[in-house]
Design a protein around this ligand. Structure first.
Ligand SMILES: Nc1ncnc2c1ncn2[C@@H]1O[C@H](COP(=O)(O)OP(=O)(O)OP(=O)(O)O)[C@@H](O)[C@H]1O
Ligand SMILES: [Mg+2]
Length: 241
């Protein structure tokens, strides 16, 4: 969208579809790969800001990341303009309250990437795909060079061995959808455990009997989710080329 930085907005008309979780994963993955990050929380529930605030309190919020509450389109415009003025050259992530409010509509028209998380096996699949189609049509109306890449990301996906038959079929079928990325985010205990830790890899939770055990378990899950988040980011950027 601007010369210096890329804007990734996370939307979905369906509540509880995994927007905030996906945003956290992508923030973590971008930071882990050494990029600078600015995040905006446009949701009145302020779930993302709650996570950021707890991370800050715990001393787990990195210096190359910043996060702001930006409820209205006007606030977002001003914040993005300020980043341009400052010469920011990292990634901007925007967690929205859903789809249809002014902030999310503004982001559909002013992002480089719009992504919609989708969870299998729930009644949200149809709603998400419909929203993705509407968003694509909106973006198609924009001038060349202003069109965001719109993609669906499968989230909260059980591991292969835990995938029930229906899950597997839906996973594969959805993967054939032209808007669906190959990269996806697993159902990971590390996401459920995530409270005050802040961006992944900043801290490991000691829920096992031994610290070493906890570190080994969480390190594995953490690495996996970080790699998945990075795969999503990389695939998006490839699609933009
Ligand atoms: N990959 C995942 N692994 C495990 N749990 C997940 C994953 N993704 C999402 N969840 C769980 O799904 C629930 C809903 O996720 P989340 O809060 O991110 O959705 P949301 O779209 O932001 O909701 P809201 O509409 O309230 O903003 C949470 O309990 C979260 O922990
Ligand atoms: Mg949310």
């Amino acid at each position: 969208m601007s010369d210096g930085f890329d804007v990734v907005s996370v939307i979905n008309a369906k509540g509880g579809a995994g927007k905030t979780s996906l945003t956290k994963v992508l923030i973590s993955a971008a930071l882990a790969s050494g990029q600078k990050v600015v995040a905006f929380d446009c949701d009145p529930t302020q779930n993302l800001m709650g996570w950021v605030d707890k991370a800050k309190e715990a001393g787990n919020w990195p210096s190359n990341a910043a996060a702001f509450e930006a409820r209205t389109a006007k606030e977002i415009v001003e914040a993005l303009n300020q980043l341009t003025d400052e010469g920011f050259d990292g990634l901007v992530f925007v967690d929205t309250a859903g789809f249809g409010d002014k902030a999310s509509l503004y982001m559909v028209n002013n992002s480089d990437f719009v992504i919609l998380p989708i969870m299998l096996g729930s009644d949200s699949v149809g709603t998400t795909l419909e929203t993705a189609t509407v968003v694509t049509q909106m973006v198609d109306q924009l001038d060349e060079g202003k069109k965001a890449v719109v993609r669906v990301v499968r989230c909260n996906i059980p591991t292969l061995s835990n995938r029930r038959k229906g899950h597997s079929e839906n996973f594969d079928r959805l993967g054939q959808h032209p808007l669906c990325l190959n990269a996806y985010i697993s159902n990971s205990p590390i996401i459920e455990l995530w409270t005050d830790e802040g961006p992944l890899h900043s801290r490991f939770k000691r829920e096992e009997n031994t610290v070493e055990g906890a570190k080994a378990l969480n390190a594995k899950n953490t690495m996996k989710v970080l790699q998945e988040g990075l795969a999503v980011i990389n695939e998006l950027f490839e699609e933009a080329e």
